[in-house]
Design a protein. Structure first.
Length: 58
């Protein structure tokens, strides 16, 4: 993060896109188990999005 000449922002952007697609698909088809750790996952998603935002706007 904050690295010069790095494409890590693209990795985080793609990761955010994939997460959104999986969660949307799960909402319709419930592919994730009932024991899926939503609270921990939400926390990790927020961290990823904050890093992405920092990359894009700082």
């Amino acid at each position: 993060m904050g690295e010069q000449r790095s494409d890590s922002v693209f990795t985080r952007s793609f990761s955010a896109l994939v997460i959104a697609l999986i969660l949307n698909y799960d909402r319709k088809r419930q592919i994730l188990s009932d024991q899926f750790e939503w609270e921990q996952s939400q926390s990790n998603i927020v961290i990823l999005l904050r890093k992405l935002h920092k990359d894009l706007y700082h």
